[in-house]
Design a protein around this ligand. Structure first.
Ligand code: ZN
Length: 731
């Protein structure tokens, strides 16, 4: 499953930025970086559910009544007793009308009881351990609260199973720790199509202008992955290494469909190659769904994707990108569908892994800098999550629905970061060997965290119990105060790191190996500080004085830190660090040094010349701090105007927004031009800044933009934002 991306709050308290000489080192921030952890998320513990039987195979026959928004059908379950005799079969089935239960497909009626959430089928005689029986339930459900979603405006329908929605449309065992094969027979109008899991066995006309689609999943999966989607679709045919890979899109969205889905075969190849486990299913379909409640859902072999997330116009790139979503849901076909969390407390084994794989796809397809930026984003989300409500990754307390466990920030971003830390610690070759072992050892099975830990330890021969105790079963992260002393006579630098996070039963001191890099005029010097306990130090010999000092180069450790350095060092780092995250850090640090001239010089150079859009946008934003500084004014204006011509629309967008702080004839003229930029993100930003500057001149442009229909309605939304500014200014 994939949530919609969150926004990132500010992470650090401001530094007191009284005028500092370029080489002066400021004090630590006076406010604590993290004063207290957020409270544990509320709820009761929910241990793993104990299954009393196993579903060996399930057949579901459905039609959908669009007038009543009803699901009408029957399901046949071949059930096996486990280690003890089975007297009755308890099926999850919410708010259904049960028309009858029979033995076999059409055999003798069976006695049952039903209380609107559980259907208990009483077997006429106990089923011996390991013996099987078959029962058929005829049922319907009208306007289900969950599970099936009728989208009338398109006559499209999609279903959702995870976490506990399958029970709203199919009577079954609805918990991840049992796997079964299944078949769907779905009736739809003959001008529509129906997608489900597994292989399309065939279609046949069934009268009343309807066609029945028969799908069969030949390898077992958990029932939360059952899915159906119906509607008027065009199928785009692709393939990856012999596996059919198809995209189900609206008939008028073929080009956008290829744009959004076309990377899928490359991702299939990458994941198969890195895990050394070929794509484990017979085919892969993805379908776009209207009004989908998540970004995507990895319904086995038949992923449902939000149409808005996938189908975008060309101008919307690179702000709009589908590689994260497409690779995430695909990765679940190894981690989630093939290996499945045994209970919801361990759901990071699905979601943290898929998020890690999505970031790994970025690294392979877009390079290490883009991947590093995603890691940084994941750190920011995790830190915000622990400020809100700190919890361990493995956690089983929720109030009403297991879905509450998913989106706190500890499952997706933190789960992925833990895997990155392991990977950095082990090195790529051992890490992927461990992933391979874990994947083949538990193929088509269910897993808990200990299974993964064992595979990593067996592969590496190392003890990772402390690592898992601190990062997975414990909570929080280290907060460091870092300082550096240069010994001129001894020609060495000593780094000291003090852990200052609040400590309690869930969070103690952390162990970590932190990469340190010092740039000097005789080249870079790097080292690794083994962090352990409250205070750790590392001394590195240098041949020349330090020009800049990096703590945790690459940001591999999940952490917060305060490392005061001089303006001159940060300026040097912004210009020379080969790690994009070092330059991002330097740009943020220099923004706090306004109105310092050294800082301004470094930021204006980076705003125009840095090779990475993310550094250029941050440097552009930082220039707003020089508002009202008459000595800097013309430099800042000309830098921002240059940035509005950047090749990357994300930089142009930021420059257009930042220009609002610098009104004047030249900026107004430029903003007016930018309203016609090919990227609607840029034109909208320009309109908003223009409205702030000259509401009278902007009004007709805003009114014009209000009439434009656009992807996700972004033009109208931006125009509304501009109009709100104009209204505030008009008395
Ligand atoms: Zn997911």
């Amino acid at each position: 499953m994939s949530p919609t991306p969150p926004t990132t709050p500010r992470l650090l308290p401001p530094r007191d930025s009284a005028a500092l000489a370029a080489n002066a080192v400021p004090e630590f921030r006076s406010e604590p970086l993290l004063a207290e952890w957020g409270p544990l998320p509320p709820g009761e513990p929910h241990g793993e559910r104990v299954p009393t039987f196993h579903i060996d195979h399930q057949i579901i026959r459905l039609r959908f009544d669009w007038v009543r928004h009803a699901v009408v059908g029957s399901t046949t379950l071949r059930v096996m007793a486990r280690d003890t005799a089975l007297h009755d079969i308890s099926l999850d089935a919410v708010d259904m009308i049960i028309h009858g239960v029979r033995r076999g497909v059409a055999g003798a009626p069976l006695r049952y009881t039903y209380n609107d959430s559980t259907l208990v089928v009483h077997l006429p005689s106990p089923l011996r351990p390991r013996a099987m029986t078959t029962v058929t339930v005829r049922y319907e459900t009208v306007r289900p609260k969950k599970g099936v979603y009728f989208v009338d405006r398109r006559h499209d329908l999609w279903t959702q199973g995870e976490a506990a929605e399958t029970r709203h449309w199919i009577p079954t065992y609805d918990y991840p720790n049992d796997k079964t094969t299944w078949e769907f027979y779905i009736r739809v109008p003959k001008n529509e199509k129906a997608l489900s899991n597994g292989r399309l066995v065939g279609t046949r006309p069934v009268g009343r202008g309807e066609v029945e689609w028969h799908w069969s999943l030949g390898e077992p999966a958990s029932t939360y992955l059952m899915s159906v989607a119906t509607g008027d679709y065009t199928i785009l045919r692709d393939s990856a290494d012999g596996v059919p890979v198809d995209y189900w899109v609206y008939p008028d969205s073929v080009a956008a469909g290829w744009r959004g889905f076309g990377l899928t075969p490359r991702a299939v190849d990458l994941f198969a190659q890195k895990t050394r486990v070929p794509y484990p299913w017979e085919k892969y379909d993805q379908i776009v769904a209207p009004d989908f409640e998540y970004g995507g859902q990895e319904n086995v072999t038949a992923t449902t994707q939000s149409d808005d997330e996938v189908l975008h116009p060309a101008w919307a790139e690179p702000q709009a990108r589908t590689d994260l979503l497409v690779s995430h849901e695909l990765a679940h076909h190894w981690y989630g569908d093939y290996l499945t969390t045994r209970d919801w407390a361990n759901v990071w084994l699905n979601e943290g892994f898929a998020t890690f794989m999505e970031q790994y796809y970025t690294e392979a397809a877009r390079g290490v800098s883009e991947a590093a930026l995603e890691r940084l984003g994941a750190q920011e989300q995790t830190i915000a999550a622990d400020r809100r409500a700190r919890r361990p990754i493995v956690y089983d307390r929720y109030q009403n629905d297991p879905i509450e466990l998913f989106f706190s920030g500890h499952i997706y971003p933190k789960g992925a970061l833990v895997l990155h830390m392991l990977r950095h610690d082990l090195g790529d070759s051992l890490f992927w060997a461990g992933m391979h072992r874990y994947t083949v050892d538990h193929a088509r099975g269910t897993v808990v965290t200990a299974d993964f830990e064992r595979a990593m330890e067996a592969t590496s021969g190392r003890d990772y119990s402390t690592f898992f105790r601190q990062w997975v079963y414990g909570a929080g992260f280290p907060v460091f105060q870092v300082s550096a002393q240069y010994d001129t006579a001894g020609r060495s630098v000593t780094l000291t790191a003090r852990q200052v996070q609040p400590r309690d039963s869930l969070t103690g001191f952390f162990d970590a190996n932190v990469d340190v890099e010092i740039l000097t005029d005789s080249g870079p010097v790097s080292g690794v500080m083994p962090v352990h306990g409250e205070v750790s130090t590392l001394t590195l010999p240098l041949r020349a004085p330090p020009r800049s000092i990096r703590w945790d180069k690459g940001r591999w450790v999940l952490e917060l830190y305060d490392f005061p350095r001089s303006t001159a060092m940060l300026a040097y780092q912004l210009a020379h660090d080969d790690d994009v995250l070092g330059r991002v850090e330097a740009a943020a640090g220099l923004a706090e040094r306004a109105p310092d001239n050294t800082a301004l010089g470094a930021l204006t150079a980076a705003a125009v010349h840095d090779s990475q859009w993310a550094v250029r946008t941050r440097a552009v934003s930082a220039l707003a701090r020089w508002t009202g500084d008459s000595a800097a004014d013309s430099t800042v204006r000309s830098t921002l105007l240059t940035a509005t011509r950047d090749r990357d629309s994300r930089v142009r967008q930021r420059a257009a927004l930042t220009l609002a702080h610098f009104p004047g004839e030249a900026t107004e003229e430029r903003l007016r031009q930018l309203v016609a930029d090919s990227s609607r993100f840029v034109s909208g930003a320009a309109l908003i800044s223009f409205a702030a500057m000259d509401s009278t001149a902007a009004l007709p442009l805003v009114q014009e933009a209000m009439t434009h229909a656009s992807w996700r309605d972004i033009e109208r939304k931006q125009a509304q934002a501009a109009l709100a500014i104009i209204r505030r200014q008009t008395p």
